[in-house]
Design a protein around this ligand. Structure first.
Ligand code: UD1
Ligand code: CA
Length: 467
């Protein structure tokens, strides 16, 4: 990967004080997640890649929630904007937090698709052209909601007009403002102090530094984004879903280029924290979320959902499994329709079949639990066969109790193991048993079975004939 020099004469301001009214949410907008990561985290990670001198994060609405979420990264300073009087007002609050830098890069906290190369290019252009303000713009097919870039006859930027202040002709302009600017530090605050709030929203608009700058003879330049997706601003939940779709496509392309086969990619969900090995196939509709890690040569069946799962190499997950905080060893086969709950730990070559639920249990190498079974709070040894319909009765209504099963044990179908209970190595339990006492090694254990009777002359009741 290309190494870039740190931009240690650059200050970054991230604007994240707004409530995000259009989200209609009690959660501040920048904390809404996309693919398992909050909006603001994407923006912070992107700007950190520039290695700037400092990052000022402007918060206001529910700032304590944002602070609790972000924590205290080393070069981040918190700026509180008590009243959200507009983007220009927000940047003005940063004045005391910034000193001794060449330029200030301003970005919004609601543009999570932004990539660091786009910002680097903006800063480079700003510095090579010697402009006082460089605005990052984009050509979009639907400019609704964005500030429109109004250019003079010579092509230079004259002003930026917000949706609500634009006339019919201006509304047709498809070149829009990304909300991202690089501004010389020695110019920025002089201009900001002159902004007024005479506009439709009665807010102090940051874009107004452009016409004010022009009045002061400041050189204004612009840089056009190559990929307009990068600046997608999220104001409502339709845009949230759209940004998530684009983000998902990026993640999927990354994994495809790293050797993962993905069937019907548009149906698959892969969150940010997920890792996947080579030659693994993800079937249509599967979802990998949280800190899930998947090894090489695995197959993840259709509509299986794995959250915080740890899956070793060569594992086959059949369709419709639900796996949460569980680990699965080499070569195991799970499902279809299996449920692995937190702390299920399956060793290599374990087979778990349909309608099996396993919770907080260890299952040893090569053991098979193939049908309709509940295993909870248990330790099962190697090479066991747990018959259909086995239940570890682990809960007495108040406490959970442990079941321990040795190696090479055969549990017959429809057995109930009343915990706490231990079954020794090589033991066999007959079908239909209710086991209440510990079983020693080897031999066959059966609980009493009711006598089987045969009534050869018995007749089924029949319905009375109706004419
Ligand atoms: C803003 C720009 C618009 C641009 C668009 C790009 C202004 C006036 N408009 O519009 O030109 O095309 O972004 O996405 O700048 N914020 C604060 N304090 C405030 C107000 C806003 O911190 O007082 C923050 C918000 O939390 C948000 C960002 O600034 O992260 C942008 O605010 P938002 O209300 O989303 O502006 P837009 O209407 O999208
Ligand atoms: Ca916005």
């Amino acid at each position: 990967m290309l190494q870039h020099a740190p931009l240690d004469d650059l200050q970054i301001c991230v604007l994240a004080a707004g409530k995000g009214k259009r989200m209609c949410s009690s959660l501040p907008k920048v904390l809404h997640p996309l693919l398992g990561r909050a909006m603001v985290d994407y923006v912070l990670r992107t700007v950190e890649k520039l290695q700037p001198k400092g990052i000022a994060l402007v918060t206001g609405h529910a700032s304590e929630l944002v602070q609790a979420h972000v924590g205290n990264p080393a070069n981040l300073s918190w700026v509180i904007q008590d009243q959200q009087l507009g983007t220009g007002h927000a940047v003005r609050q940063c004045e005391a937090a910034i000193r001794d830098v060449r330029d200030v890069l301003i970005v919004c906290g609601d543009t999570p698709l932004l990539q660091s190369d786009t910002l680097r290019q903006l800063v480079a252009r700003h510095r090579s052209s010697g402009a006082g303000i460089t605005v990052l713009t984009a050509e979009v097919s639907n400019p609704f909601g964005y500030g429109r870039i109004v250019r003079a006859e010579d092509g230079s930027i004259a002003q930026i007009v917000e949706e609500r202040d634009a006339d019919a002709t201006q509304k047709k302009i498809c070149e829009v403002c990304s909300g991202i600017y690089c501004v010389r530090f020695d110019t920025l605050f002089t201009l900001l102090h002159q902004i007024e709030n005479r506009n439709a929203q009665q807010e102090y608009y940051l874009p107004d530094i452009v016409p004010i700058g022009l009045q002061h003879g400041v050189k204004i330049d612009s840089d056009t984004m190559r990929d307009a997706d990068d600046m997608l601003g999220i104001n409502n939940r339709i845009q949230l879903a759209e940004a998530e779709r684009i983000m998902q496509q990026r993640i999927i392309h990354d994994w495809q280029l790293q050797g993962v086969t993905i069937e019907q990619p548009e149906s698959v969900r892969i969150e940010h924290g997920v890792r996947i090995g080579n030659d693994t196939t993800l079937c249509a509709g599967c979802q990998l979320t949280g800190n899930t890690a998947i090894g090489d040569n695995c197959e993840i069946g259709s509509y299986s959902i794995i959250h915080d799962g740890w899956i070793d190499d060569g594992v086959r997950i059949l369709p419709y499994c639900h796996i949460e905080s569980a680990s699965i060893g080499n070569g195991a086969s799970i499902g279809p329709f299996a449920r692995l709950r937190p702390e299920a730990k399956l060793d290599s070559d374990v087979h778990v079949g349909n309608f099996v639920e396993i919770k907080k249990s260890v299952v040893g190498h090569g053991s098979k639990i193939n049908h309709l079974t509940y295993i909870g709070d248990s330790v099962i040894g190697e090479a066991c066969n747990i018959g259909a319909g086995t239940i570890t009765c682990n809960y007495d209504g108040a406490n959970k109790h442990q079941t321990t099963i040795g190696d090479h044990v055969f549990i017959g179908s429809d057995t109930k193991l009343i915990a706490p209970i231990t079954v020794g190595d090589n033991a066999t339990v007959g079908a239909g048993s209710i086991i209440t006492k510990d079983i020693r090694k080897g031999g066959l254990t059966l609980s009493a079975r009711p006598e089987q009777r045969h009534l050869p002359h018995w007749q089924r009741p029949s319905k009375p004939h109706q004419e």
